[in-house]
Design a protein around this ligand. Structure first.
Ligand SMILES: *[C@@H]1O[C@H](CO)[C@@H](O)[C@H](O)[C@H]1NC(C)=O
Ligand SMILES: *[C@@H]1O[C@H](CO)[C@@H](O)[C@H](O)[C@H]1NC(C)=O
Length: 274
Protein backbone atom coordinates (compact mmCIF):
# COMPACT_ATOMS: atom_id res chain seq x y z
CA UNK A 1 0.00 0.00 0.00
CA UNK A 2 1.26 3.52 -0.70
CA UNK A 3 2.10 5.51 2.37
CA UNK A 4 2.67 9.14 1.52
CA UNK A 5 3.50 11.54 4.32
CA UNK A 6 2.84 15.26 4.11
CA UNK A 7 5.55 16.98 2.11
CA UNK A 8 5.80 14.15 -0.39
CA UNK A 9 9.11 12.47 -1.07
CA UNK A 10 10.48 12.46 2.46
CA UNK A 11 7.45 10.71 3.89
CA UNK A 12 7.12 8.07 1.18
CA UNK A 13 7.81 4.50 2.23
CA UNK A 14 8.93 1.73 -0.04
CA UNK A 15 6.53 -0.95 -1.20
CA UNK A 16 7.93 -4.46 -1.75
CA UNK A 17 9.64 -5.59 -3.94
CA UNK A 18 11.36 -2.19 -3.67
CA UNK A 19 13.28 -1.39 -0.50
CA UNK A 20 16.17 0.95 -1.39
CA UNK A 21 16.98 3.97 -3.54
CA UNK A 22 18.12 2.68 -6.92
CA UNK A 23 20.44 4.96 -8.85
CA UNK A 24 23.27 5.23 -11.37
CA UNK A 25 26.52 4.74 -9.43
CA UNK A 26 29.36 4.18 -11.92
CA UNK A 27 31.73 2.46 -12.08
CA UNK A 28 30.07 -0.13 -9.79
CA UNK A 29 26.52 -0.39 -11.09
CA UNK A 30 23.68 -1.37 -8.76
CA UNK A 31 22.38 -4.87 -9.51
CA UNK A 32 19.59 -7.08 -8.33
CA UNK A 33 16.13 -8.41 -8.87
CA UNK A 34 14.73 -5.02 -7.80
CA UNK A 35 16.62 -3.44 -10.71
CA UNK A 36 15.22 -6.05 -13.13
CA UNK A 37 11.69 -5.45 -11.87
CA UNK A 38 12.18 -1.67 -12.07
CA UNK A 39 13.34 -1.95 -15.68
CA UNK A 40 10.57 -4.37 -16.64
CA UNK A 41 7.89 -1.99 -15.32
CA UNK A 42 9.56 1.10 -16.83
CA UNK A 43 9.30 -0.62 -20.22
CA UNK A 44 5.49 -0.39 -19.85
CA UNK A 45 5.59 3.39 -19.51
CA UNK A 46 4.62 5.39 -22.61
CA UNK A 47 7.40 7.83 -21.62
CA UNK A 48 10.15 5.21 -21.84
CA UNK A 49 11.75 3.60 -24.88
CA UNK A 50 14.94 1.78 -25.75
CA UNK A 51 15.57 0.18 -22.38
CA UNK A 52 16.73 -3.40 -21.84
CA UNK A 53 15.95 -5.24 -18.58
CA UNK A 54 19.55 -6.15 -17.79
CA UNK A 55 19.37 -6.18 -13.98
CA UNK A 56 22.08 -3.46 -13.87
CA UNK A 57 21.32 0.22 -13.23
CA UNK A 58 23.27 1.74 -16.11
CA UNK A 59 22.93 5.07 -17.85
CA UNK A 60 19.97 3.90 -19.97
CA UNK A 61 18.08 3.04 -16.77
CA UNK A 62 18.86 6.46 -15.29
CA UNK A 63 17.56 8.09 -18.48
CA UNK A 64 14.44 5.90 -18.39
CA UNK A 65 13.75 6.81 -14.74
CA UNK A 66 14.13 10.51 -15.60
CA UNK A 67 11.75 10.13 -18.54
CA UNK A 68 9.23 8.31 -16.34
CA UNK A 69 9.56 10.98 -13.65
CA UNK A 70 9.22 13.98 -15.93
CA UNK A 71 6.41 12.31 -17.90
CA UNK A 72 4.55 11.86 -14.62
CA UNK A 73 5.39 15.29 -13.17
CA UNK A 74 7.79 14.02 -10.51
CA UNK A 75 11.12 15.74 -9.96
CA UNK A 76 13.41 14.09 -12.52
CA UNK A 77 16.52 13.23 -10.51
CA UNK A 78 16.99 9.80 -12.13
CA UNK A 79 16.86 8.10 -8.73
CA UNK A 80 14.22 5.41 -8.24
CA UNK A 81 13.23 6.10 -4.65
CA UNK A 82 10.03 5.29 -2.79
CA UNK A 83 7.85 7.90 -4.47
CA UNK A 84 8.95 6.94 -7.97
CA UNK A 85 8.69 3.17 -7.42
CA UNK A 86 5.30 3.51 -5.70
CA UNK A 87 3.96 5.39 -8.72
CA UNK A 88 5.54 2.84 -11.04
CA UNK A 89 3.75 0.03 -9.17
CA UNK A 90 0.45 1.93 -9.25
CA UNK A 91 0.68 2.54 -13.00
CA UNK A 92 2.47 -0.51 -14.37
CA UNK A 93 2.41 -3.50 -11.99
CA UNK A 94 -0.36 -5.14 -14.00
CA UNK A 95 0.88 -6.79 -17.18
CA UNK A 96 -2.36 -6.75 -19.18
CA UNK A 97 -1.80 -10.43 -19.93
CA UNK A 98 -4.85 -12.22 -21.38
CA UNK A 99 -5.27 -15.95 -21.83
CA UNK A 100 -5.11 -16.94 -25.50
CA UNK A 101 -7.98 -19.43 -25.21
CA UNK A 102 -5.73 -22.10 -26.75
CA UNK A 103 -3.08 -24.57 -25.61
CA UNK A 104 0.37 -24.09 -27.17
CA UNK A 105 1.45 -27.04 -29.34
CA UNK A 106 3.68 -29.54 -27.56
CA UNK A 107 1.93 -29.28 -24.19
CA UNK A 108 -0.43 -31.87 -22.73
CA UNK A 109 -2.49 -29.55 -20.54
CA UNK A 110 -3.14 -26.02 -19.42
CA UNK A 111 -4.49 -24.73 -16.13
CA UNK A 112 -6.17 -21.36 -16.61
CA UNK A 113 -6.92 -19.19 -13.57
CA UNK A 114 -8.82 -15.92 -14.02
CA UNK A 115 -8.12 -13.85 -10.89
CA UNK A 116 -9.31 -10.58 -9.41
CA UNK A 117 -6.94 -7.87 -8.18
CA UNK A 118 -8.26 -8.75 -4.73
CA UNK A 119 -6.63 -12.15 -4.35
CA UNK A 120 -8.62 -12.92 -1.20
CA UNK A 121 -11.44 -13.89 -3.51
CA UNK A 122 -11.48 -17.62 -4.31
CA UNK A 123 -11.76 -18.23 -8.04
CA UNK A 124 -12.36 -21.18 -10.34
CA UNK A 125 -9.38 -22.78 -12.11
CA UNK A 126 -9.95 -24.73 -15.33
CA UNK A 127 -7.93 -27.70 -16.54
CA UNK A 128 -7.78 -28.08 -20.35
CA UNK A 129 -6.31 -30.96 -22.35
CA UNK A 130 -4.01 -30.53 -25.36
CA UNK A 131 -7.04 -30.12 -27.63
CA UNK A 132 -8.38 -27.33 -25.45
CA UNK A 133 -11.26 -29.40 -24.03
CA UNK A 134 -12.28 -28.47 -20.51
CA UNK A 135 -11.62 -31.48 -18.27
CA UNK A 136 -12.14 -30.12 -14.75
CA UNK A 137 -12.92 -26.95 -12.82
CA UNK A 138 -12.00 -26.44 -9.19
CA UNK A 139 -11.74 -23.61 -6.63
CA UNK A 140 -8.34 -22.05 -5.96
CA UNK A 141 -6.80 -19.13 -4.13
CA UNK A 142 -3.70 -17.18 -5.25
CA UNK A 143 -3.18 -14.86 -2.27
CA UNK A 144 0.36 -14.72 -0.85
CA UNK A 145 1.51 -13.46 2.52
CA UNK A 146 0.62 -10.10 4.00
CA UNK A 147 3.11 -7.29 4.58
CA UNK A 148 3.75 -6.04 8.12
CA UNK A 149 1.00 -3.44 7.70
CA UNK A 150 -1.56 -6.18 6.99
CA UNK A 151 -1.98 -5.47 3.28
CA UNK A 152 -1.31 -8.22 0.74
CA UNK A 153 2.20 -8.45 -0.68
CA UNK A 154 1.89 -7.92 -4.42
CA UNK A 155 2.83 -10.48 -7.08
CA UNK A 156 6.27 -8.94 -7.69
CA UNK A 157 7.32 -9.34 -4.05
CA UNK A 158 8.84 -12.44 -2.50
CA UNK A 159 6.08 -14.47 -0.78
CA UNK A 160 3.47 -12.26 -2.49
CA UNK A 161 0.50 -13.30 -4.65
CA UNK A 162 0.93 -15.80 -7.47
CA UNK A 163 2.31 -13.89 -10.49
CA UNK A 164 0.12 -13.37 -13.54
CA UNK A 165 1.13 -14.39 -17.04
CA UNK A 166 1.87 -17.57 -18.93
CA UNK A 167 4.38 -20.11 -17.61
CA UNK A 168 5.33 -23.70 -18.18
CA UNK A 169 3.97 -26.11 -15.57
CA UNK A 170 4.92 -29.66 -14.68
CA UNK A 171 3.71 -32.51 -12.49
CA UNK A 172 6.14 -33.45 -9.71
CA UNK A 173 6.06 -36.13 -7.02
CA UNK A 174 4.63 -34.93 -3.67
CA UNK A 175 6.52 -32.53 -1.45
CA UNK A 176 7.98 -34.05 1.71
CA UNK A 177 5.98 -31.82 4.05
CA UNK A 178 2.57 -33.47 3.72
CA UNK A 179 0.90 -31.19 6.25
CA UNK A 180 1.71 -28.00 4.31
CA UNK A 181 1.69 -29.40 0.76
CA UNK A 182 -0.62 -32.44 0.83
CA UNK A 183 0.08 -36.08 -0.05
CA UNK A 184 -0.51 -35.77 -3.82
CA UNK A 185 1.74 -34.83 -6.73
CA UNK A 186 2.12 -31.06 -7.11
CA UNK A 187 2.35 -28.90 -10.23
CA UNK A 188 5.39 -26.64 -10.44
CA UNK A 189 5.65 -23.38 -12.42
CA UNK A 190 8.95 -23.79 -14.26
CA UNK A 191 9.59 -20.94 -16.73
CA UNK A 192 7.70 -17.73 -17.37
CA UNK A 193 6.75 -17.09 -21.00
CA UNK A 194 4.57 -13.96 -20.93
CA UNK A 195 3.34 -11.22 -18.62
CA UNK A 196 4.92 -10.68 -15.21
CA UNK A 197 5.85 -14.37 -15.08
CA UNK A 198 8.23 -13.81 -18.02
CA UNK A 199 10.72 -11.87 -15.89
CA UNK A 200 9.82 -13.29 -12.48
CA UNK A 201 9.87 -17.06 -13.01
CA UNK A 202 12.20 -18.56 -12.19
CA UNK A 203 14.96 -15.93 -12.02
CA UNK A 204 13.31 -13.88 -9.27
CA UNK A 205 10.53 -16.06 -7.83
CA UNK A 206 10.63 -19.85 -7.71
CA UNK A 207 8.89 -22.58 -5.79
CA UNK A 208 5.55 -21.50 -7.26
CA UNK A 209 3.43 -24.66 -6.97
CA UNK A 210 -0.19 -25.69 -7.22
CA UNK A 211 -0.87 -27.83 -4.19
CA UNK A 212 -3.08 -28.58 -1.23
CA UNK A 213 -2.38 -29.17 2.46
CA UNK A 214 -3.99 -30.01 5.75
CA UNK A 215 -6.46 -27.14 5.25
CA UNK A 216 -9.41 -26.62 7.60
CA UNK A 217 -12.50 -27.28 5.42
CA UNK A 218 -14.64 -24.97 7.57
CA UNK A 219 -12.44 -21.97 6.65
CA UNK A 220 -11.59 -20.30 3.33
CA UNK A 221 -8.49 -21.64 1.57
CA UNK A 222 -5.44 -20.27 3.42
CA UNK A 223 -2.96 -17.70 2.07
CA UNK A 224 0.19 -19.12 0.46
CA UNK A 225 3.73 -17.88 -0.15
CA UNK A 226 2.91 -17.38 -3.83
CA UNK A 227 1.52 -20.82 -4.61
CA UNK A 228 -1.92 -21.73 -5.94
CA UNK A 229 -3.89 -23.36 -3.12
CA UNK A 230 -6.74 -25.80 -3.59
CA UNK A 231 -8.60 -28.49 -1.65
CA UNK A 232 -7.22 -32.04 -1.25
CA UNK A 233 -9.95 -33.75 -3.30
CA UNK A 234 -9.41 -31.34 -6.20
CA UNK A 235 -5.61 -31.63 -6.29
CA UNK A 236 -6.02 -35.40 -6.17
CA UNK A 237 -8.48 -35.22 -9.07
CA UNK A 238 -6.13 -33.03 -11.14
CA UNK A 239 -3.31 -35.53 -10.65
CA UNK A 240 -5.53 -38.46 -11.66
CA UNK A 241 -6.87 -36.75 -14.79
CA UNK A 242 -3.36 -35.73 -15.83
CA UNK A 243 -1.92 -39.22 -15.41
CA UNK A 244 -4.86 -41.46 -16.33
CA UNK A 245 -6.50 -39.43 -19.10
CA UNK A 246 -3.89 -37.05 -20.51
CA UNK A 247 -0.75 -39.21 -20.48
CA UNK A 248 1.20 -36.90 -18.19
CA UNK A 249 4.16 -38.42 -16.33
CA UNK A 250 4.92 -37.63 -12.68
CA UNK A 251 8.47 -36.27 -12.66
CA UNK A 252 10.66 -36.63 -9.59
CA UNK A 253 10.30 -33.49 -7.50
CA UNK A 254 13.29 -31.18 -7.91
CA UNK A 255 12.47 -29.30 -4.68
CA UNK A 256 13.37 -26.08 -6.47
CA UNK A 257 16.75 -27.15 -7.78
CA UNK A 258 17.72 -25.26 -10.96
CA UNK A 259 18.06 -25.67 -13.85
CA UNK A 260 14.86 -27.70 -14.07
CA UNK A 261 15.89 -31.04 -15.63
CA UNK A 262 12.68 -32.16 -17.38
CA UNK A 263 10.67 -30.90 -20.31
CA UNK A 264 7.58 -29.30 -18.73
CA UNK A 265 4.40 -31.03 -19.88
CA UNK A 266 1.85 -28.31 -19.18
CA UNK A 267 1.09 -24.61 -18.96
CA UNK A 268 -0.22 -22.32 -16.25
CA UNK A 269 -2.04 -19.20 -17.39
CA UNK A 270 -3.12 -16.59 -14.82
CA UNK A 271 -4.87 -13.42 -15.92
CA UNK A 272 -6.49 -10.53 -14.05
CA UNK A 273 -10.08 -10.20 -15.18
CA UNK A 274 -11.29 -7.09 -13.31
C1 LIG B 1 -11.41 -8.79 -0.91
O1 LIG B 1 -12.16 -9.98 -0.93
C2 LIG B 1 -12.48 -10.47 0.36
C3 LIG B 1 -13.11 -11.87 0.19
O2 LIG B 1 -14.19 -11.83 -0.68
C4 LIG B 1 -13.37 -9.48 1.05
O3 LIG B 1 -13.71 -9.93 2.35
C5 LIG B 1 -12.65 -8.15 1.15
O4 LIG B 1 -13.50 -7.17 1.70
C6 LIG B 1 -12.19 -7.69 -0.22
N1 LIG B 1 -11.33 -6.52 -0.07
C7 LIG B 1 -11.52 -5.40 -0.77
C8 LIG B 1 -10.55 -4.32 -0.52
O5 LIG B 1 -12.42 -5.31 -1.58
C1 LIG C 1 13.25 -40.78 -9.17
O1 LIG C 1 13.53 -41.01 -7.81
C2 LIG C 1 13.65 -42.38 -7.49
C3 LIG C 1 13.74 -42.49 -5.98
O2 LIG C 1 14.57 -41.50 -5.44
C4 LIG C 1 14.84 -42.96 -8.21
O3 LIG C 1 14.98 -44.33 -7.91
C5 LIG C 1 14.63 -42.79 -9.71
O4 LIG C 1 15.76 -43.23 -10.41
C6 LIG C 1 14.35 -41.33 -10.05
N1 LIG C 1 13.96 -41.24 -11.43
C7 LIG C 1 14.50 -40.35 -12.25
C8 LIG C 1 13.99 -40.35 -13.65
O5 LIG C 1 15.35 -39.54 -11.91
Amino acid sequence: MRVVGCGGRQGAQFTAPFSRDLSYTPPQLMKGSDVTILQSLLLRSPHVSGLVASGEYGEATKNAVEAFQSGNKLSDDGIAGAETTNLLLDLHMYDGYKDSGTVLPGFKYKVYIPVFKNRSVEVSASLYDADNNLRFSFPVKTHGQNAADGTALNMLAGDGSTPTGLMTFDLNTPEEDVKDFGPYPVNRAVQGLAGNAAFLISDIRDGILMHTGDFDPSLPLPNSHGCVHSWPADIKQVWQILVNDLGVVVHNNTFGKLPYPYKPQGLLSIAIVD
